[in-house]
Write a protein that binds this ligand. Structure first.
Ligand SMILES: NC(=O)c1ccc[n+]([C@@H]2O[C@H](COP(=O)([O-])OP(=O)(O)OC[C@H]3O[C@@H](n4cnc5c(N)ncnc54)[C@H](OP(=O)(O)O)[C@@H]3O)[C@@H](O)[C@H]2O)c1
Length: 297
């Protein structure tokens, strides 16, 4: 699907969220952007989707909005299906009929995470929860709608627009001398700003189609991720009552309703080759985030 010369006419959904907000901030600098948060467009109402997209001329859509709370989705499967599967299928059909490009945000949770190592795009999919099943169904609908559409699988996103794991672990470590984090689940922490720049590069490459892992490079356990966040926060002067996290297992988390895959760290080599950009290692990106937003705290 050839694209016109930038600036492009773009629509980004989910701009009230972590990734959508960061993406809108970046793209707005170089493109003509329409940014929709949940107040502007409720994806659970199909007539709103048709009206909103029908009223505009656009070259491409980056669809970030989703119901992302895993346990909420487990308890509200119909709402999860409407927002996470039916709405993307509808948007994909609209983009295909209008000759516009689509990048759809998906998740590492679609992978079968039963074996250690980094997941590649060609690895089998085995969604274990309502959230993961609805996202996997959306992927299929998007890829079936047009061969040039792209599914970007993200993981463990953090950034300044909405508190995430590093923020909550730093807050807990400021309040309590004893803090724990899960040591038997692995993925790839990803800075929303890095993902935004990588998404723009994917958008500008018409060869970027199919599935791509969208993350910072490397993987770690939640425990390593949390410990790195505390070490980096301490280095930039954040006073902490807890300096060393203790391990706990997923089985010790009574609040987890939905099953989580264990090993979903992702290989970023296709991402690097499609964008032509160096994908930063997760620790380097986390240091940038914590230095920028917690420095001189
Ligand atoms: N966060 C992660 O670690 C992670 C990991 C893997 C994949 N992903 C995927 O990456 C994408 C972006 O995630 P994120 O981290 O930016 O999530 P987020 O912070 O939860 O943002 C998602 C946005 O979607 C909006 N939304 C929910 N229901 C909606 C509806 N019915 N109509 C319109 N908007 C609705 C939410 O609105 P409210 O603000 O009102 O809730 C929120 O602003 C998602 O597709 C997600 O599945 C995220």
């Amino acid at each position: 699907m050839p694209l016109p010369i930038p600036p492009l006419r773009l629509i980004v959904t989910g701009t009230g969220g972590r990734l959508g907000a960061a993406l809108a901030r970046e793209l707005r600098q170089r493109h003509r952007l329409v940014a929709w948060d949940r107040k502007a467009l409720d994806l659970s109402v199909p007539a709103q989707i048709a009206d909103h997209f029908g009223a505009l001329a656009f070259d491409a859509v980056i669809h970030c909005a989703a119901l992302t709370n895993l346990d909420y989705c487990q308890q509200h499967p119909r709402q999860a299906r409407a927002v996470n599967a039916d709405a993307p299928a509808h948007i994909a059909a609209l983009c295909a009929s209008r000759g516009a490009r689509l990048i759809h945000l998906s998740t590492d949770y679609v992978y079968d995470g039963s074996t250690p190592g980094l997941r590649r795009e060609s690895d089998p999919s085995l969604p274990l929860s309502v959230y993961a099943r609805t996202k996997a169904d959306a992927e299929q609908a998007v890829l079936a709608a047009h061969p040039d559409f792209l599914v970007a699988r993200a993981s463990w996103i953090y950034g300044p627009d909405r508190p995430s794991f590093p923020d909550s672990i730093i807050e807990r470590a400021q309040q309590s001398a004893q803090c724990r984090a899960i040591s038997d689940k692995w993925s790839s922490p990803s800075y929303s700003r890095d993902l935004a720049l990588l998404l723009e590069a994917l958008l500008l490459n018409p060869q970027a189609r199919g599935i791509v892992n969208l993350c910072n490079a490397g993987s770690c356990s939640w425990l390593e991720y949390g410990q790195a966040a505390l070490d980096l926060a301490y280095q930039v002067g954040v006073p902490l009552r807890c300096r060393t996290l203790s391990p706990q297992s997923c089985a010790e988390m009574p609040g987890f309703l939905a099953e989580r895959p264990r090993h979903t760290g992702m290989d970023s080599s296709r991402l690097a080759s499609l964008t032509g950009l160096a994908v930063r290692p997760w620790r380097e990106a986390l240091a940038d985030y914590i230095g920028t937003f917690y420095g001189r705290a």
